[in-house]
Design a protein around this ligand. Sequence first.
Ligand SMILES: [Zn+2]
Length: 291
Amino acid sequence: MKLFDTDKPFFKGNLHCHTTNSDGKLTPEECKAFYRERGYDFLSITDHRKLSEETHMEDGMLVLCGMEMDYYLPGEVVHLVGVGLSQELNQHDVSRNMQSYIDLANRYDGRVIIAHPAWSLNTVTTLSGLHGLTAAEIYNSASTYPWNGDRADSSNVLDAAAAHGTFFNFVASDDSHWYNGEAGRSFTMVQADELTRESLFKAIDEGRFYCSQGPVIRQITVEDEQIHVECSEAERVIFYSNLPWANNRCVANSGMTEASYTAHPENGETFVRIQVMDKEGRSAWSNPILL
Ligand SMILES: [Zn+2]
């Protein structure tokens, strides 16, 4: 089985950023121009507790209405990024609890992503208690030095959640605030029929996407226990799973454009996800492949 079609386009987007409508440095117009000039196909402006303008096409870029909500639990916070929402959500008080925001966002045309779980100190218990999420940020550009401590990479807690049976697909988002280095660092690539909210969400719901800081994942082929990835020139490919140890999971080969892994379902391996790293140290991440 091939995960991607051979003849459909990929669209590049950022699903998490802030403007002067909350604590971001650029106005919404400047923010859109920033991403448009860098070749992005879609963008969701997700200011804190404030819906951005209605979903529309603007100069060839799909602008998705969005909003980030924040919740406080003992020992952790939960930030939920809603994208592609309908403005009708405005009539509801979504501040009361996390699940009601997820449910309302889904009802009002949106999809909800849990932001930066590592930065938020989210636990597996919290992650597994939320229902109706579309994805989790495996990487958040703003959650690293010098803007934050280095908790940009959430793969550890997301792998732990998956090991306990809670699987998320992955996006990588900028969470842009300052636009002085964090913006434009990580993005999500969706293989959709066309650049509309409906088509994009259909592809996202079907898992036809990966996320990246630069490397390209061209194809992933799964045949029984054999997993094969085709990618742009890479230095390392790592096949992560719920197994703490697998002797064949690391492939190092300068300039390689493909790598393979034989999974071990007989040893209790339940999923595999692929991380491709290039010689600049930038990564691309696949969604988890369930065995
Ligand atoms: Zn944010």
